[in-house]
Write a protein that binds this ligand. Structure first.
Ligand code: DQA
Length: 149
């Protein structure tokens, strides 16, 4: 069976390419996801991507990943954006499901403002990748493929 990887992107990641380009670069989310999708395919996995600016949508996507249905996944790459730092609801959703989740960030959150040093989600994830720009998504995908194979 082909591994199904779900990539969830949270608030403001739809603004990549125009948003704080000194930190996040000029590549759009669409371009990053297209590249990642091709990469996953080359590794024998199938990728599905969702983005929302709403916390509840992200909670629903995590829950759906674990349910039996069209939106189910074997593993999740999660860039929750700012919700990483304070969303207990998203943390609880990740803790509630039996699907491995890799917390992922484009920037090195530990080299930025203090409030970005704390993740309320990391503890319930299988691992964290941060600081490699768009490559962070590939590394997280690789980790899931290795873990699940
Ligand atoms: C981010 C880091 C977060 O602190 C920030 O709120 C984001 C993007 C990253 O990918 O580097 O929106 O998750």
């Amino acid at each position: 069976m082909t591994l199904q990887i779900l990539v969830i992107n949270g608030p403001n990641l739809n603004m990549l390419g125009q948003r704080e380009t000194d930190i996040y670069g000029h590549v759009t989310l669409q371009e990053i996801m297209a590249d990642l999708s091709a990469y996953a395919t080359s590794k024998g996995a199938e990728l599905r991507c969702v983005q929302s600016n709403l916390e509840g949508d992200l909670v629903a996507a995590v829950q759906a990943a674990a349910a039996n249905g069209a939106e189910s996944a074997d593993g999740v790459v999660l860039n929750a954006g700012a919700l990483t730092h304070y969303s207990i609801a998203l943390r609880d959703a990740v803790a509630a499901v039996d699907v491995p989740v890799v917390e992922t960030h484009l920037s090195n959150v530990y080299a930025r403002e203090d409030f970005r040093h704390r993740s309320v989600i990391a503890e319930v994830c299988v691992g964290v990748v941060a600081g490699f720009g768009p490559l962070s998504y590939r590394l997280a995908t690789d980790a899931l493929i290795k873990l699940l194979s």
